[in-house]
Design a protein. Sequence first.
Length: 205
Amino acid sequence: MAAVDTAYFEQLYAQQDDPWGVSTHWYEARKRALLLACLPSARLGRVYEPGCANGVLTQALAQRADHVFATDLSQQALNAARVRLDRAGVRNVTLARAVLPEDWPVADRHAFDLIVLSELGYYFDALAWDCMAARAVASLAPGGTIVACHWLHPFGERRLDTHVVHGAIARQPALHPLADHAEQDFLLQVWSRDPASLACKEGLA
């Protein structure tokens, strides 16, 4: 498996703590709102967000979760996330450095109700990402959910096409599709161990 380029991300965050403008672009704010709206529960239990970057999405997840475990391979990104969360008074997030897939949380000790794979998968090679997808499913609690959201346009550091990234998740056993939202710029999809739709869960259908 080819390693994700840690030096590339450390260099990005050495220049600025929001290299993609996640906290300033309406595009990013809208995409984040769509991701949160696609989740099948208003209240979340244990959430895992690998590749948390500077913690903008982490902060939003924490508002709905009992606890968020967020990791990144860049220590500088984690430092920026800690500053952001501390300023917002967020106390239900644990941040840790992790090189994935090797440092994926051990499945028998971590059962997550939600795993968020956002703008992450295309930095891996196919073998490593297949491993990530399998570990994500193995880490889900009963009824747990995986959401994936990825940019569709080409860029220099891309190793995998976004449809390949999402396909690796979709073909995992015991997952049921819940949401499929495609735009010109990104693809957002949700899967769950529970096949029931939200309307069914709430007795509407």
